[in-house]
Design a binder for this molecule. Structure first.
Ligand SMILES: [Zn+2]
Length: 184
């Protein structure tokens, strides 16, 4: 089955290449967008977008509860566009800007890696900082340690709730099973 499939692929590739000869057509390799974005932390999903696991609430991202000071990494490659502090809300948070209008937001951070600054480029999977409980977390203090993580497009939080279930364990730098259109 697999061999037949590969042969079929080869045949198609040859056909495409033949068509392309003598023309200016650019043949882009197939790109798997699905799963291109990685979980930024290791822990348990305790909230999703507008869902406090369970129950509707005004909540713009996923919460991943994990160990205090565990590493938080860039979910996708990009440059830091914002570093802020929001004592009653996000606490210490950063936004990384990506291609095609996408950005990611990481909140309640305890602190950052030393090279964290606006304009700094991080590759997908690079550590950016450490999970904490800054800002408004419940319960307060170390017991509320979690990463609040948003996927935004043109500065609007997106809904991607099919990517995980409440109570599910996720591992940092493994694929988020969702197709964020435009992120390959
Ligand atoms: Zn949250």
């Amino acid at each position: 089955m697999r061999r037949t499939f590969l042969r079929l692929l080869t045949t198609v590739a040859l056909a495409v290449a033949t068509v392309g000869v003598g023309s200016t057509a650019v043949i882009a390799p197939a790109q798997a967008a699905y799963g291109a974005v990685k979980w930024p932390a290791t822990g348990v999903i305790t909230s999703k977008v507008n869902d406090r696991c369970p129950g509707y609430d005004n909540h713009d991202g996923y919460d991943i509860a994990g160990n205090y000071r565990s590493v938080v990494s860039a979910a996708y490659s990009g440059s830091v566009s914002f570093i802020g502090t929001d004592p009653g809300g996000y606490g210490k948070y950063v936004i990384i800007s990506h291609v095609n209008g996408w950005s990611t937001l990481y909140a309640h951070m305890d602190g950052y890696v030393s090279r964290m600054r606006v304009g700094e480029y991080f590759n997908r999977g690079d550590g950016i900082g450490y999970m904490g409980y800054t800002g408004g977390v419940s319960p307060p203090g170390i017991g509320g340690t979690h990463l609040h993580f948003e996927m935004l497009r043109y500065n609007s939080p997106q809904v991607w709730n099919s990517a995980g279930t409440c109570g599910q364990s996720v591992t940092r730098n493994t694929s988020i099973p969702f197709d964020f259109v435009g992120l390959n």
